[in-house]
Design a binder for this molecule. Structure first.
Ligand SMILES: O=P(O)(O)OC[C@H]1O[C@H](OP(=O)(O)OP(=O)(O)O)[C@H](O)[C@@H]1O
Ligand SMILES: Nc1nc2[nH]cnc2c(=O)[nH]1
Length: 189
């Protein structure tokens, strides 16, 4: 399992965003095209590792959590909701400020309620800025983050989030960018 994820990451081009080494990959960018077998092996591996029994909602972070949440929703029959970059002004909308290694933006949380038990999913954790901001906001709202997933772990991101939040983050593959190339450090298949 996860052969396609490993192979495609090893082939991922790197571009610079300022000083930041940004890899480009189907899961994290939709470029090159997402092959169904890649999405399937990720969804199959996640459904083997996660207990969905008590999950009320899958929660995706825009943009690149959405295809992953869709794949999991189709496999589990659990609905998903998207934390958007768009402000709607609906009652009970919550606002989150997030920072990555190359930018910052505001995210808006809708249709999540106190005591909801959720699985949070995103494509990648790198500096940890996004997951820390989102998980803290969800906790403040009284939402229970049962499981948090970032399919790809880049650099120290997973540990940074775990140390800050005190919960473990499920990742499937760990990489770093060394001399302009992706180097796979471990696979959790
Ligand atoms: O661990 P971090 O340093 O926070 O990086 C991870 C975040 O960066 C990307 O989002 P981005 O803000 O680029 O938005 P996108 O999903 O719309 O591409 C990615 O989808 C994660 O949400
Ligand atoms: N595609 C992509 N998304 C990211 N989000 C945070 N870091 C990265 C990266 O290096 N590549």
């Amino acid at each position: 399992m996860l052969e396609e994820l490993k192979k495609t990451l090893e082939e991922a081009p790197i571009v610079k965003k300022g000083n930041y080494n940004y890899f480009i990959h189907p899961v994290t960018d939709g470029i090159p095209a997402v092959k169904p077998e890649l999405l399937r092996e990720i969804a199959d591996t996640l459904t083997q590792k996660i207990n969905f029994e008590n999950i009320d909602k899958i929660v995706a972070i825009e943009a690149m959590g959405i295809h992953l949440a869709t794949a999991l929703s189709l496999k589990t029959n659990i609905p998903f909701v998207v934390i958007r970059k768009r402000h709607y002004g609906l009652p009970n909308e919550h606002q989150v400020h997030k920072k990555t290694g190359y930018g910052e933006s505001i995210l808006y949380i809708n249709d999540l309620n106190k005591n909801d038990n959720i699985l949070l999913i995103d494509d990648v954790v790198s500096t940890g800025g996004t997951l820390i901001a989102v998980i803290n906001a969800l906790i403040d709202m009284g939402v229970t983050v049962d499981t948090a997933v970032a399919v790809i772990e880049k650099g120290k991101g997973k540990k940074i989030v775990e140390d800050e939040i005190g919960m473990s983050i499920l990742t499937l593959i760990k990489l770093d960018v060394v001399n302009g190339h992706v180097v796979i450090e471990s696979v959790n298949d």
